[in-house]
Design a protein around this ligand. Structure first.
Ligand code: ATP
Ligand code: MG
Length: 137
C-alpha cells in the first residue's frame, strides 16, 4: 500500500471540478486519507514548488497556485503515486492521453487542474507540508 499527495488546483476548484475529480479517484479505488481546502499564500506556494524556483514559469505558477482555494488530499492505494499520475495525464493537456483529467478538463499548460507527487520522497515532503498527524485518518 502506498500514499500520494494530490491537489485540485485553484482553476479546478473555481471551475466546479472538485466533484468530477473526486468521482474519478473513488472509481479508481483509491482511498482518501486526508482532505481540506487551503488558500495558499504566495510564500506557501513558493515553498511547495521550490524545486521549480529556477524555471521561467515559477512566478506565474506560484501566483496561480495562491490565486484561490485549492483542495489538498492524501490518497492511498496500491501503486498510488503512479496510478494518480496516470489518471492526471501529461503536464501539457495537449499531450495528455485520452480519458485523463488534464486531457478532459485542462485549458492551459499551467492551469492544468490537478497535481500529483512524482516519487515517494516528494509524496512524503508534500504530505507533511500540508497535513499534521491529527488531520490524517
Ligand atoms: P505537478 O507537479 O503540478 O503535478 P507535473 O509534475 O506534471 O505537475 P511539473 O514539471 O512538476 O509538472 O510542473 C509543475 C507545474 O508547473 C505544472 O503542473 C504546471 O502547472 C506548471 N508548468 C510546468 N511547465 C510549465 C510551462 N512550460 N509553462 C507554464 N507552466 C508550467
Ligand atoms: Mg511535478
Amino acid at each position: 500500500m502506498q500514499q500520494t499527495f494530490a491537489i485540485v488546483k485553484p482553476d479546478g476548484v473555481a471551475r466546479g471540478l472538485i466533484g468530477d475529480v473526486l468521482k474519478r479517484i473513488e472509481s479508481a479505488g483509491l482511498r482518501f486519507k486526508a482532505m481540506k481546502l487551503v488558500h495558499m499564500t504566495k510564500a506557501q506556494a513558493e515553498g511547495f514548488y521550490a524545486v521549480h524556483k529556477a524555471r521561467p514559469f515559477f512566478k506565474s505558477l506560484t501566483e496561480f497556485m495562491s490565486s484561490g482555494p485549492a483542495l489538498v488530499m492524501i490518497l492511498e492505494g496500491e501503486n498510488a503515486i503512479a496510478r494518480w499520475r496516470e489518471m492526471m495525464g501529461a503536464t501539457n493537456y495537449k499531450d495528455a492521453a485520452e480519458g485523463t483529467i488534464r486531457r478532459d478538463f485542462a485549458t492551459d499548460i499551467e492551469k492544468n487542474v490537478v497535481h500529483g507527487s512524482d516519487a515517494p520522497e516528494t509524496a512524503a515532503f508534500e504530505t507533511s507540508y500540508f497535513f499534521n498527524a491529527f488531520e490524517r485518518v
